[in-house]
Design a binder for this molecule. Sequence first.
Ligand SMILES: Cc1cc2nc3c(=O)[nH]c(=O)nc-3n(C[C@H](O)[C@H](O)[C@H](O)COP(=O)(O)OP(=O)(O)OC[C@H]3O[C@@H](n4cnc5c(N)ncnc54)[C@H](O)[C@@H]3O)c2cc1C
Length: 433
Amino acid sequence: MNEIAVFWFRRDLRLTDNTGLYHALKNELRVLPIFIFDTDILEKLESKIDARVEFIHATVDSIKKTLQALGSDLHVYHNTPLDAFKQILKQYDIKAVYTNTDYEPAAIKRDAAIESFLAEHGITFKTFKDQVIFEKDEILNETGKPYRVYTPYKNKWLSKLASAPILPFPSETLQSNFIRTAPTAMPALSTLGFQKTNISIPPLQVIRKTITEYDKTRDFPYLENGTSLLGIHFRFGTISVREKVVKALPLNAVWLSELVWREFFMQILYHFPSVLTESFQSKFNVLQWRTSEDDFQKWCDGQTGYPLVDAGMRELNQTGHMHNRVRMVVASFLTKHLFIDWRWGEAYFAQKLLDYDASANNGNWQWAAGTGADAQPYFRIFNPTAQQQKFDPEFIYIKKWVPEFGTSSYIQPIIEHKAAVERAKKMFLVLKN
Ligand SMILES: Cc1cc2nc3c(=O)[nH]c(=O)nc-3n(C[C@H](O)[C@H](O)[C@H](O)COP(=O)(O)OP(=O)(O)OC[C@H]3O[C@@H](n4cnc5c(N)ncnc54)[C@H](O)[C@@H]3O)c2cc1C
């Protein structure tokens, strides 16, 4: 058997400008590309009708077809990563496995186990920075510690960017180095235990106009292309963040700053993994959240009697997306008006959001709850009615998702605004003792 290298696709589902793939294809060995439908992850998903799995399946299938047209193939496994590698090792003589770094705690643990398994077989595990511009310890404060607050992090990020031009990794130019293999079958979605959904994924659109006008359009949920809708593509790497940053630089500083938020929360989770279960600012761990299943269910179903909240939740339930302004409003409503634990809302979003990302979801929920990095101070509570007047004054977004709004069938508010605000302030008073 000839020695080969493996490239393992994960959150980087593209053949172009892919760092790890570029390095794999540049090495002297032929490259076997693989993808693993990880049963450890899939089995944990509550619903077996999941648009994200469908999206991954379609994307993997498309990469597979492209590679088959080149006389190669993407080898697809449905297994735990460890068992998939055991299987691959029986068929091939592997010298190295290349992949792009994943910074989530569960992924770090998985990769450590794979690395040590491969090491036992004399195989090197090589990881590369791909899904971010700056990773791990690249952006630290003056005392060498990770930033806990966004603005100084962003300033450092931008100054580092100015001093280090972004270079692409043109993996697409090296495709003749993939191993030649006979085509293998693609497992059907149903074989993975999943069904098709009726949710459509936002396409990889031409977004120059959106980015250029982003600072003026981004806050209005009724606008069609007010934001890029690229969340799911960033999440699964169907686009290159380097390409988008280069594009955004001359066009719009505000859109660029959203990509910095993305990396800010990624580094928060990387350096402080306990945020997944605890408040980032530990003093907030004492808060006595309400545990009303009934109120929570009304929030989930978009039945609170606050039209902007209800519109947002119904948009989420029907499409897997919710506009950012409205995400902030519904998160504030759950944690302040209903005083329900941000972890409940975080878990619900995790099930539903197409662009679900552990770091961004956790960071934004903690921000809204007032427990996180750069927290929205607890005394600042979004008024859902004022937010509607400002950002959906003609009720266009609301009427789209809450058609009965304005008729007698629309429900009364489940809680009175002023009383809710008073209760939230009182609950936060424990921190003053
Ligand atoms: C409670 C709450 C939960 C959220 N959960 C997620 C999540 O699970 N995954 C997620 O990607 N974003 C999350 N966000 C951030 C933001 O709402 C989405 O990134 C954005 O709405 C996606 O739409 P877009 O692709 O059109 O983004 P655009 O506005 O066009 O922004 C471009 C990209 O920048 C990144 N981005 C933008 N805003 C943020 C932000 N505040 N934090 C981190 N990254 C950002 C995303 O990758 C986004 O796709 C959450 C926000 C809130 C308030």
